[in-house]
Design a protein. Sequence first.
Length: 477
Amino acid sequence: MVTAMKRRTFLIGSVSGLSVLALTACVPPSPTPSSTLTPKPSPTASLVPKPAMMRRTSWSADPFARGSFSFPAVGATPEQRDALSKPVQDRLFFAGEATSPDFPGTVQGARESGLRAAREVGAAATAGERIAVIGAGIAGLSAARALQDAGFDVVVVEARDRIGGRINTVSDKKWPFPIELGPSFVRHSGQTSLDEELIRLGVATAPFGRTVETRTPAGLVVPVPDIGPQAVAAALAWAVDQPADVSIARALADSGASKLSTTDADTGISDTDWLDHEIAAVLDLNAGASVDLQSAWYTSTVLGADDDRIVLGGFSTLVTDAAAGIDLLDSSVVTRLAYSDEGVSLRLGNGESLGADRVVVTIPLGVLKTKVMEFAPPLPFAHRGAIAALGVGTLDKIWLQFDQPFWDTEAPLWTTVGGDGDFKVWINMVPLTGEPVLMGLVAAESALRLAEVDDDEFLAAALASLEPFLAPAPTPK
Ligand SMILES: Cc1cc2nc3c(=O)[nH]c(=O)nc-3n(C[C@H](O)[C@H](O)[C@H](O)COP(=O)(O)OP(=O)(O)OC[C@H]3O[C@@H](n4cnc5c(N)ncnc54)[C@H](O)[C@@H]3O)c2cc1C
């Protein structure tokens, strides 16, 4: 049985040992990043009907991701992303979402970082050189495409047996439309060329505003007041005047902003519950990490925006298009990268070696933290400092397909307040696709805890979180 702690306990807690462990643990014997199944009976009796299909993720347990995306950890600075992106001896070039100054943690940030790294290689290399790219995610494939188009001899070395990395679209006959196990949204739509690229590739997207329906554990629909955002804004404003960065949790506590009434209103929801809602549904989800770990100076307090779009036609088209005609060495884990003025040498997990003139490294920050890949000589202090300081958060998903909707709301975005459910945010695909499919999101400590449980328990936690959305029982005549 999944036990859930009232969120407010986290506010006064210290850094969770679980999250520290998850960031530093060694690679276990290859757990699968996601699993699919036809669900067995759940261990807990939920009133929510059993889905016909489910699919879940465990990004923190994935040895080639070790988390979902980078976030501003307390004490880290945006300059460290810049430091991480700097070439070393004009032999090593770095890309990946964590190196993006403007859009970290996103597809477009990763894509732009790959294009930036390709330009840097182009400026340092001579025509026809052999360039190795480590990682076939969107950063690596964008770099590889640009370099090959510029006339370089490119090889992409990828640990998995598939391309895309954290972009992982399942186009399966069992599902009525492609489901995304990684990113689903074009964040900051219109601000980069990603939108045009998706249009060029014919990938369907739809506007996704922030119209949200929020329910109490009793199923009451309640308007979201400003209490939570205001408390967080007050805490962050307080933090600005402090001599050093502190966590958002510390800022909330020490500024007094978290001292809110615990008395339930008629709805059964207190002001403290609304602060917890802001933390769970916005801050935790945005960073994939608890407010104990997030920087009060550099955090982003906006989850999604009116200019977000949801991808319905398969994000993976982006990577299959970029990979066309590129030499790919898949199922090849790079374990050692030696570099000198002469060139680079990659050692693979199977003992083979690969030489190149230069290399673009797009290994995720979470993997760099585990030190499973050795750099020889070690990276400069600025790179190592950035790898240690920047945070990696966890956001996991569950996709549920039902025979028919058990809910009676047309709202595409759902949140819950005042309860202990692990999945605080749901996307209702009915208004977007006409199909009775839900996508649930779980983040931070809840995600790390649930990454350890089996599929039945994971499903049980998801169904329990959905109880507020059960349609009211028909009134007997
Ligand atoms: C659940 C989830 C939801 C998300 N939601 C959104 C969203 O809605 N919108 C958005 O814009 N972004 C979202 N993101 C973030 C987005 O997916 C990433 O920022 C982006 O895909 C990262 O691309 P990348 O190329 O930097 O890294 P990756 O895609 O991780 O690519 C790195 C590659 O390196 C490979 N690799 C790792 N180690 C080795 C090794 N030793 N040797 C060889 N290869 C190796 C990996 O297998 C991987 O293929 C989400 C991510 C997750 C997990």
